[in-house]
Design a protein. Structure first.
Length: 286
């Protein structure tokens, strides 16, 4: 027997050629405890304890597949391109996020589209003085490279615009080397850490401390950008939006929405502020 340092959602751990290998709960697929477990296997293990698989959604949530669902995983741990719930099916990206409308079981998902860019945006609580930008950059860079084992070359930006902190992770298919952790897995571990639901054993989550001062995060948003445009049948999704951009709000509630470059549609939905902020981030005009 051995102890899996990277994943508490495992069973039947054993030493194999000097490595601790365990079976992921729910799938029985063997994982290497030296590195992060894939998001697909983690979700499958988590759903074993929550068959409802749904979180409360705000009124502007696009669909209900953004919550926890019971995914189909490849033996490698990757998501299968086609995911189904009974007779309802949809296509997902490498982060397991739905990128098509829901269809019947005849739906064809020809490939697993890669999520190449992940943006993590955090907002800290109100402060009397701003944080030190360089100390903040060093904290998150060191944390991501050490805690989540992501090669630093995939961290393309850590930006501080008081009170917002933005981290860019970029990793396309040609850049990812064998043995590199995937940015989608990193984002999922990060999400759980921020919510106090750490996947790491004996961990309460991520404690953000800049210059030895604890920093409270009020909200964290994760944006996923795919290499190929989505296939949603939304009239407001224009050709100007090249990539699918999905938002997961990490707070008391979690939701996925698709960002669109239509100010009119946003105002009609009563979500103009959210859309404007997102458009500002990606340089879209309103």
């Amino acid at each position: 027997a051995c102890f899996c340092e990277k994943n508490k959602r495992v069973t039947n751990c054993r030493m194999d050629s000097g490595r601790c290998r365990c079976e992921a709960i729910g799938s029985g697929i063997t994982v290497d405890c030296r590195t992060l477990t894939s998001k697909c296997l983690l979700m499958k293990a988590e759903v074993m304890g929550s068959k409802s698989g749904r979180r409360e959604k705000p009124k502007d949530a696009f669909e209900d597949t953004d919550g926890l669902y019971d995914p189909e995983c490849e033996n490698s741990g990757a998501f299968k391109a086609k995911q189904c719930n009974g007779t309802t099916c949809w296509c997902v990206n490498t982060a397991g996020v739905r990128r098509t409308d829901k269809h019947d079981a005849d739906l064809k998902c020809n490939q697993l589209v890669r999520t190449m860019w992940i943006i993590i945006e955090m907002k800290h609580a109100e402060r009397n003085t701003p944080l030190n930008a360089e100390s903040l950059r060093k904290f998150f860079t060191d944390t991501i490279t050490s805690r989540y084992q992501l090669d630093g070359r995939y961290i393309t930006r850590v930006l501080y615009e008081n009170p917002y902190i933005t981290i860019d992770l970029k990793q396309n298919a040609s850049e990812k080397s064998q043995g590199d952790v995937d940015i989608a897995d990193v984002a999922y571990y990060f999400e759980k850490d921020v919510k106090g639901q750490s996947i790491f054993p004996n961990s309460a989550g991520l404690n953000v401390s800049i210059d030895n001062e604890p920093v409270k995060l009020e909200k964290t948003v994760v944006y996923y950008v795919d290499e190929i445009a989505p296939e949603f049948s939304m009239k407001s999704l224009t050709a100007g939006v090249i990539a699918v951009i999905v938002v997961v709000v990490i707070a008391i509630v979690a939701a996925i929405v698709v960002l669109v470059s239509s100010n009119k549609a946003a105002k009609q939905n009563g979500t103009g502020t959210i859309w404007e902020a997102a458009a500002h981030m990606f340089g879209l005009s309103w």
